[in-house]
Design a protein around this ligand. Structure first.
Ligand code: ZN
Length: 121
C-alpha cells in the first residue's frame, strides 16, 4: 500500500468502489431487460423482417454495452483485491505511488499516469 494513503482515504475508496459496482450491476440489469432477445415472446412472434433486423442490432449494441460494464466490474473487483493485499495505489509497472487525485477519479487505476500514457502509444 502506498504510504501516502490514509486509512480514511482507503475507506472512502472502498465505498466508492462498492457504489460503482452497485451502479454497474443495476445498469447491466436494466440493459438486459431492454434486450429484445430477452423478451419471452421473441421466439414465437412472426415479426416482419425489418423488425428482426432492428432487434438484432439492438441486441448486439446491448451486448457490447454489457460487456464494457462487466469489464469495469472486473477491474473494480481487482482494485478491491489490491486493497486487501496492501498493493492499492501503487503503480503495477513502476511501483511508484499513484497520485491520490487520480485514484479519486479512477478508483480502479492500476498504473500511474506516465505508465498508462506509455502503454497507449
Ligand atoms: Zn508507473
Amino acid at each position: 500500500m502506498s504510504k501516502k494513503l490514509s486509512k480514511t482515504f482507503i475507506k472512502n475508496q472502498k465505498t466508492l468502489i462498492e457504489d460503482e459496482q452497485n451502479k454497474l450491476r443495476l445498469q447491466i440489469e436494466t440493459l438486459k431487460k431492454d434486450d429484445p432477445f430477452s423478451d419471452p415472446d421473441h421466439a414465437s412472434d412472426n415479426a416482419a423482417v425489418d423488425t428482426d433486423v432492428r432487434e438484432q442490432v439492438g441486441h448486439e449494441t446491448i451486448e457490447a454495452e454489457i460487456k464494457d460494464l462487466q469489464k469495469r466490474l472486473v477491474q473494480l473487483k481487482e482494485a478491491q483485491v489490491r486493497i486487501q493485499k496492501n498493493r492499492y495505489g501503487v503503480c503495477e509497472k513502476c511501483n511508484k505511488d499513484i497520485p491520490v487525485m487520480r485514484l479519486e477519479l479512477v478508483p480502479e487505476a492500476r498504473f500511474c499516469i506516465e505508465c498508462e500514457r506509455k502503454m497507449k502509444k
